[in-house]
Design a protein around this ligand. Structure first.
Ligand SMILES: *Cc1c(COP(=O)(O)O)cnc(C)c1O
Length: 461
């Protein structure tokens, strides 16, 4: 591999980026003050290289996507072959392509039996937009047009289109979308570290679920269309709910006839040690949006799996669903996603995530003796490290996110990518990671935590 980037003029890349590229999720003023972007040029396995030739261990799989790791020739070849055969055709108006059908059948084959029908999109956001469109229309078809409200969680992340941002529970995003859409409600997240107080995690899990029931009663049970949640909240800070939470949420939703949407955009495709996060958390959803791990990020694609009981009604009641994207079921994305799932199966990466889970958990737990680590937690190969100024009381440093950002910057300086969600450091490494590479993450994380602790102490002194 050309890790020296001999043929790339990095200064020109940076200049073009500053002058012409308008970035998503970026503080533009700070970006320009700090001299522009970090340029990533190559990747292999769990490592990426930047334009300066630095080798960085990517403990985030890009943005929670690259489950099979970087540098997979099989995926490049699948795209190349499909582009030669049929680079594009649409799936509107009763038309299909070969890889679209193969992928739909493949996704269905790794899901519980009741999920036989897959709708394709290009992203997780579009998958969740699709679901809101489907569910609202569905309840109208069923003669219950009043069931239009969605309940989600604070700091749930469901994407960044207008609908997905409303569905999500990020206050900063809500403020910027201008008008909050009617019919979207948010309830407390099952985050014991911050909100559990003196309760046991199990008691707190039931309390967090009760917040959902209270909201249902407030909105009116007949008005609620669906509840959406990530089995493990990702961008909200890898919130792994207490074991009591999801079964109780499911009981409450069933009691009031409310559909359950399990947002598997991060948890799907092995991340938690099963194919789906709902299997790990022990509940049975009706609708499953997915993206990210579906193609391991090699090409953009998203999908929604609908349970048979919904599909049956939808098909029987009839009429056209006035919804679809030009690239829905794109043959090249589908061919790559199909090959990606085959790799996950052939290399038993779901089993691998399950087997490595306890090792990963123990490795993270070895950081608990650190003066600013308040908790570590993980399930499968997704985990978090809570930064705390008072370990016994689960205290937080002033200005949420400030110390987390310091730690993230120290990680990158040190050759590790860990993301900061406020003061929670989160990890989601490729499922192909080795035990040695997990040890390496923890070793690099400790150096970054030490540097962060030193900076915090220097501030006080
Ligand atoms: C990333 C993410 C989305 C949005 O997916 P995009 O492909 O970025 O639109 C939705 N839900 C969850 C849980 C996610 O992590």
């Amino acid at each position: 591999m050309n890790v020296l980037n001999k043929n790339i003029d990095i200064a020109e890349v940076v200049r073009n980026d500053i002058e012409h590229h308008f970035h998503p999720f970026t503080d533009h003023k700070a970006f320009h003050a700090e001299g522009g972007p970090r340029v990533m040029t190559q990747a292999e396995g769990v490592y990426i290289w930047d334009g300066k030739g630095n080798k960085i261990l990517d403990a985030m799989s890009g943005l929670w996507c690259v489950n099979v790791g970087y540098g997979r020739k099989e995926l490049a070849e699948a795209a190349y072959r499909q582009m030669l055969d049929l680079p594009y055709y649409n799936t509107f108006f009763k038309t299909t392509t070969v890889p679209t059908t193969e992928l739909a059948a493949k996704i269905s084959s790794v899901m519980p039996d009741r999920f036989k029908h897959i709708f394709f999109t290009n992203s997780g956001s579009e998958s969740n937009d699709t679901i809101v469109r489907f569910v609202r229309h569905y309840w109208k078809l069923k003669g219950k047009p009043y069931r239009q409200h969605f309940i989600a969680r604070v700091r749930g992340y469901h994407g960044s289109t207008m609908v997905a941002a409303n569905l999500g529970g990020f206050q900063g995003m809500h403020e910027q979308v201008g008008t909050e859409f009617p019919g979207f409600h948010h309830v407390q997240q099952p985050h014991w570290f911050d909100f559990g107080g003196d309760k046991t995690p199990e008691e707190f899990g039931l309390e967090a679920a009760a917040a959902l029931e209270n909201k249902i009663l407030e909105v009116g049970p007949d008005n609620v269309a669906a509840f959406i949640g990530e089995p493990v909240q990702g961008a909200g800070g890898v919130i792994i709910p207490p074991s009591t939470y999801w079964p109780e949420v499911e009981r409450i939703c069933r009691k009031y006839g409310i559909l359950i949407i399990s947002d598997e955009v991060i948890c799907g495709f092995g991340r938690t040690g099963n194919w789906w996060g709902f299997e790990t958390m022990g509940f049975s959803p009706d609708i499953v949006p997915m993206a990210k791990g579906l193609s391991s990020g090699y090409l953009p694609i998203g999908a929604v799996a609908f349970a048979d009981h919904l599909i049956k009604d939808f098909f029987e009641l009839g009429g056209e669903f006035y919804h679809g994207m030009t690239y829905a079921g794109h043959p090249v994305s589908c061919a790559v996603a199909l090959r990606n799932i085959e790799i996950i199966q052939q290399e038993k990466l779901v089993e691998r995530a399950r087997e490595l889970g306890p090792y990963f958990a123990a490795a993270l737990a070895s950081l608990r003796d650190h003066p600013i680590v308040g908790e570590t937690r993980s399930v499968g190969l997704i985990g978090a490290i809570e930064i705390s100024n008072d370990k016994a009381k689960r205290g937080r440093f002033a200005k949420p996110g400030r110390v987390g950002s310091m730690c993230r910057d120290n990680c990158i300086r040190n050759g590790l990518i860990m993301r900061a969600c406020w003061d929670t450091m989160v990890l989601s490494p490729p499922l192909v990671i080795s035990r040695q590479e997990i040890d390496k993450i923890v070793q690099l994380a400790r150096v970054a935590l030490d540097a962060t602790y030193a900076e915090v102490k220097a501030e006080v002194a």
